[in-house]
Design a protein around this ligand. Sequence first.
Ligand SMILES: [Zn+2]
Ligand SMILES: [Zn+2]
Length: 228
Amino acid sequence: MSSFKKTGTIDDFQKFILNTYSLPDDRLYSIWDLLAQQQRFTMRALKGIRKDDIKKLRLNLLISLSWLMAIGNRLHINIEDEVWTRFPRLCSYCGKMPCICKAIKQTKRSKIRINNTLRPHSLSAFQKMFNEIYPATGRTLAEAGVHLAEEMGEVSESIHNYLGQHLQKQFNEVRLEIADFVSCILGVANSANIDIAKELSIMYIDNCHVCHKAPCVCSFSEVTYLKS
Ligand SMILES: [Zn+2]
Ligand SMILES: [Zn+2]
């Protein structure tokens, strides 16, 4: 039996997705399919915000994060490392905690020094770290949702660019955009008081959250018409 524990790391979660879903993912889904699913469930999460439906938001946020992990697995990107390098307990843009981008109208990315002794040791600690860098009190849930949509588009754009020309600098962009997307998932979660690690541990207590098998045996069409 494969599960994700609420004390687990981002890396544990990515490995859980690898163990549970890489077989069907590799056989049934192109990277474009993975991307389409990640986008589809992100959009469903946003619908949850618009409808003020926290259950819908929560479930779809968890599923979109799961598909993002599958994209990381397909491209052999260690998502936790990318998130930490991009957000080493500092805003990736102004280089401060809490972020002061808005207050000082920062227009250029600051140079950031990474202090690895400050790295969070769990997904839950990463979520808390993001609330320290970008306090939920500084934005509405809808604003956090708009930012998530923006970053979702940038993940897609970066993958399209990379798979078009296969340049290393484009691959590096994919890594950054994936980290930004994770920061926004955790930002929306902070704005909506959703404990992502705890919710994932409930959802993924026993393999795939739908068929409860590892590897997952959900068919392509079942996933396509999965209702939430
Ligand atoms: Zn900032
Ligand atoms: Zn399944």
